[in-house]
Design a protein around this ligand. Sequence first.
Ligand code: PMP
Length: 436
Amino acid sequence: MTNPSRVARPKSAAAFERATRSIPGGVNSPARAFGGVGGTPIIVKRADGPYLFDVDGYRYLDFIGSWGPMILGHRHPAVVEATIAAINNGSSYGAPCELETELAEMVVAAIPSVEMVRFVSSGTEATMSAIRLARGFTGRDLIVKFAGCYHGHVDSLLVSAGSSALTLGVPNSPGVPKGCTQDTLILQYNDVQELADFFAAKGGQIAGVILEPVVGNMGLIPPSAEFRKELRRLTHHHGSVLIYDEVMTGFRLSYGGAQELFGDTPDVTALGKIIGGGYPVGAYGGRADILKKVMPAGPVFQAGTLSGNPVAMAAGIATLRELKQNPPYQRLDQLTQQIATGITAAAKQYGHAHQLQRIGSMWTLFFANAPVTNYQTAVASDKQKFARFFWEMMDRGVYLPCSQFEAAFTCAAMTDEHLQETITAASDSLRAMAQV
Ligand code: PMP
């Protein structure tokens, strides 16, 4: 596809072309490759506060925030200071250190359903370990997942996955044997009847149900209250482990995540992104009787050379401390609401069928006629139109997720000025789209 941008970025183009010669597709994670919008990714030189700067010298207001972790914005002074201090004490020990316990205690204090927590190095590891634990704890094999939810690139969860698996149209990746996914059952998000029917038929065989309690990986989709309630009731009744994948929503929608916002109590929670403050950290935690099955406390194996890495722990601690001491959630909610209102008004003014879906600082502008509630309605939205909107915004210095099937994140480093900048850019973009 020819580059849809009207702005020349020769240095990014050359750097990306160079990358494609040694790295598959030029990227180390497919969502970055702009597959959903066409054209060439910008190559980032540095980041500061709410901004990214590319190698051509352009500045972008960053609504990706490393796909979620950078809720405080880039280079937050407290995080930088804590991280440098940790580095000066050595990068990795492969032995226990107090920073791990400190972050574990912070997570346990933040999320009432999490009585114990184990750190890993990515969200993928967190969900992979959580479902292994659910199976080990219950002695059952079946895992229920919802179409369009993304839980990392765990073999057995790479069926009907969202995020880049959806953007790139590979719901089932080659290389994942049938045997790996035959015990993963796919249901529709927000479909209470299907859920009830399925539990009625198979309840006693279901080890666990995993879901994004607010979906970010089909674009932003909220759960219905009835869906959440039924999930808890049915899993409890049938002795299945309810796993909230809060890799994206944890410490994002509130300090205690989506479950605090809704007042929910899952059995196990997967975490990542924000808890690492921009460094590679994931975690899974939950009921103590379940977590005590993890080796060496129990028989369920899980390990990691860099798990609980002191530098990453220090960045996580500094991030959570800042979020606890100066909670940005109310302001993020207001700021994002204003952005949503501004964009909605412009979309209406210029006659674009749209749904602006939002919870707190997570939001998506779908080019769709009706509310997006599940996989089917998400894929029915106008992806061509989204691609056009994405590039119009890029060319005006606003960096949105490069896919209709990803949520945008507002960060605490953004001010009213950035809000106005975003609304103006969106309004100009939507006007330009209406003209051609
Ligand atoms: N779960 C969810 C809800 C996610 O959004 C992601 C990543 N976007 C993951 C799991 C996987 O995390 P990671 O990319 O750190 O492996």
